[in-house]
Design a protein around this ligand. Structure first.
Ligand SMILES: [Mg+2]
Length: 238
């Protein structure tokens, strides 16, 4: 267990001098128990159901195939069916945010970190603004890098990370990234970014299922936590 067995000194060493803090949004800044992403996920299936005239089970199957093959469902729909991304994003993010609770301790834990902080999401900026606003953390961030800003190239494609670092002029900053999808941390680690897996109960990607079966973390995941706020609060300031 990289996190628990590591102890404070390993955390201190790993994060010393970090000045660029990168956060995924869905199932990372808010817990998967909110079921918010589950609703987005089902709306993606519904969009495909309407688009292709499929029954719900067939649409679900197509959605997951596109997701696994193209990185995101949206990328798959754009590549295979030429859809307009804005219509898809507006539809899937049209969700009820009432399950999201204000998170003042998380806001404080983010605010105390030295350096710049960004949300890096495969969703839309509007969705990130709404969710981060509801959590009460939006004003703690220096910016949001969404899927449109990235030219619809999603994580985990290395090109998405390259573009993100150009966007925030962060290539020379020591950086750390927090994310619930294991495979999205692999390209981050390859760039020298300290990686933290935030555990999610929403496990439907093969990389999450593989990790569940594994005895140890893959080398590209340096830390793991089930509590982002506590993890951030325990990072020594330096
Ligand atoms: Mg996520």
């Amino acid at each position: 267990m990289a996190d628990g067995a590591a102890g404070p000194s390993r955390v201190a060493r790993a994060f010393r001098g970090t000045r660029l803090w990168i956060f995924d949004l869905d199932n990372t800044l808010y817990p998967s128990e909110c079921n918010l992403f589950a609703e987005i996920d089902w709306r993606m299936s519904a969009f495909i159901q309407n688009l292709l005239g499929l029954d719900p089970a067939a649409a679900r199957k197509v959605q997951k195939e596109l997701y696994y093959e193209h990185g995101t469902t949206l990328s798959g729909l754009m590549a295979r069916h030429g859809i307009k991304p804005e219509a898809f994003l507006d539809y899937v993010h049209d969700i009820d945010l009432s399950p999201v609770q204000r998170a003042p301790e998380l806001a404080h834990a983010i605010a105390r970190l030295e350096g710049r902080k960004f949300i890096f999401t495969n969703g839309s900026e509007r969705h990130a603004e709404r969710v981060a606003g509801k959590l009460g953390v939006l004003d703690k961030f220096d910016g949001i890098y969404d899927i449109a800003a990235g030219g619809y190239v999603p994580k985990p494609k290395p090109e998405a990370f390259k573009r993100f670092l150009e966007f925030c002029d962060g290539a020379n900053s020591k950086a750390a990234m927090f994310e619930d999808l294991p495979h999205n941390l692999e390209p981050a680690h390859a760039l020298g970014i300290v990686t933290v897996l935030v555990h999610s109960d929403y496990e439907d990607h093969p990389s999450q299922l593989a990790l569940k079966e594994a005895d140890e973390l893959p080398p590209y995941i340096q830390f793991e936590t089930g509590d982002l706020t506590a993890f951030l609060a325990a990072i020594p300031l330096a």
